[in-house]
Design a protein around this ligand. Structure first.
Ligand code: CUA
Length: 404
């Protein structure tokens, strides 16, 4: 179970316990006194009133002032803790949560988007709440924070996770058929893990072999452009002939995978003519077989082209909330399922006319960019246009969907 030892939960719980405790004491006190007096002064024992008390100033002052003071302590305690929930610590990390039917999206200061709220522990987080359509409400029970997301109004909550873990987020304002599914989580990560997560996603376009050459310092002696320095250049090695000396005897080799492997693992066994035996050997402790292969592939020109950057369409669909309404397992709920979409014919309504068409690239593009112009029959026109995505991202999603 997640620890609730976080500032907002403790503040709210303390107030709750205090008010509940005072109320319980009063209830018990009044009930016990009532029962005691009812039994003690029952009619069979005291048929006539035993005293006649009117206008006792002290008594009236006490039962007016004492309850007022008690109620004021509840107010004061509640008020100071409430302002604590509204006053965000200065060093808070600010994240924008966008609510829409029926999913949450979180946007970080660097523009990164996610469908879960990833946060570092021991850092106050201010969540700006926005809604693109109707009323929603951000509710994180473990932090005792709940606030409406209202179109056109900026609202916020803050919280601080003190323990790594996964904490539920719900939508707490009825917002349509998908309301109950509008859930996600706060993923509180240890500082180091968060640092890794929040690293800008720079997909490396550099071949692994080149990275290894740079990391191991090979390029300090071996040029990559054909210029000869203290060591032979590594430029366009494939198929080249090299004069080498083995145990003082000269011979010639053709550069291939086997030669390169020997030249790296035991560089001084076969010396290239004209160079001194000064290269350190790289055993598998300093250079794994895998990296060795990557280096050799790179040197032989097998990976001359940088690996192209892949857009992860699956991640796009998740992070933009598509999966919130479109299932991938064939179940139909609020929106048509993605499963088998490529082989489907859809009946759509365009300008009030019903027509059936085959799902293809053009249809999917229209459905993404102008979803409500051609409504799939039987579904409400509630999908937001995905026009905030780049052309490449739209294309990647379409290609991905056609494979479903
Ligand atoms: Cu969003 Cu309920």
């Amino acid at each position: 179970m997640n620890s609730l030892a976080n500032p907002t939960a403790q503040a709210v719980d303390n107030v709750l316990i205090y008010i509940f405790g005072v109320s319980l004491l009063l209830l018990l006190g009044i009930t016990v006194a009532t029962i005691y007096l009812v039994v003690k002064y029952r009619r069979s024992k005291y048929p006539e009133p035993t005293s006649d008390c009117h206008g006792n100033m002290w008594l009236e002052a006490i039962w007016t002032i004492l309850p007022t003071l008690i109620v004021l302590t509840m107010f004061w305690y509640g008020w100071t803790n409430y302002t604590g929930l509204r006053e965000v610590p200065d060093d808070a990390l600010e994240i924008t949560a966008t609510a829409r039917m029926w999913s949450w999206q979180f946007e970080y200061p660097d523009g990164r988007r996610a469908n879960k709220l990833y946060v570092p522990v021991n850092k106050p987080i201010k969540v700006h709440l926005k809604s693109t359509d109707v009323l929603h409400s951000f509710f994180a029970p473990a932090f005792r924070v709940k606030r409406d997301a209202v179109p056109g109004i900026d609202t916020y909550v803050w919280f601080e996770a003190t323990q790594p873990g996964s904490y539920d987020i719900f939508c707490a304002e009825y917002c349509g058929v998908g309301h109950a599914d509008m859930t996600t989580s706060i993923e509180a990560l240890a500082e180091a893990e968060y640092a890794t997560w929040s690293q800008p996603q720079q997909p490396s376009t550099e071949p692994r072999g080149l990275t290894v050459l740079n990391e191991l310092g090979c390029t300090g002696c071996h040029s990559l452009d054909g210029s000869e320095g203290i060591a032979p250049s590594l430029f366009e090695l494939s198929g080249q002939q090299r004069k080498i000396s083995v145990d003082g005897k000269l011979s010639e080799v053709t550069i291939d995978v086997e030669y390169l492997r020997r030249a790296i693992r035991e560089p001084n066994a076969e010396l290239v003519e004209g160079y001194d035996p000064m290269m350190p050997s790289y055993d598998d402790a300093t250079l794994s077989d895998e990296d060795l292969q990557a280096v050799i592939d790179y040197l032989l020109g097998k990976v001359a082209e940088a690996e192209s950057v892949q857009i992860n369409a699956n991640e796009l669909l998740e992070n933009n909330g598509c999966i919130g309404c479109h299932s991938t397992d064939g179940s139909e709920s609020i929106a048509p399922t993605f499963k088998g979409i490529a082989e489907r014919e859809v009946t759509i309504i365009r300008d009030g006319q019903e027509m059936t068409l085959k799902v293809d690239v053009d249809y999917l593009r229209r459905a993404l960019l102008k979803p409500n112009e051609e409504l799939v029959k039987g579904f409400p026109g509630i999908m937001p246009a995905a026009d905030y995505l780049s052309d490449d991202e739209i294309e990647a999603i379409i290609q991905h969907l056609l494979k479903q």
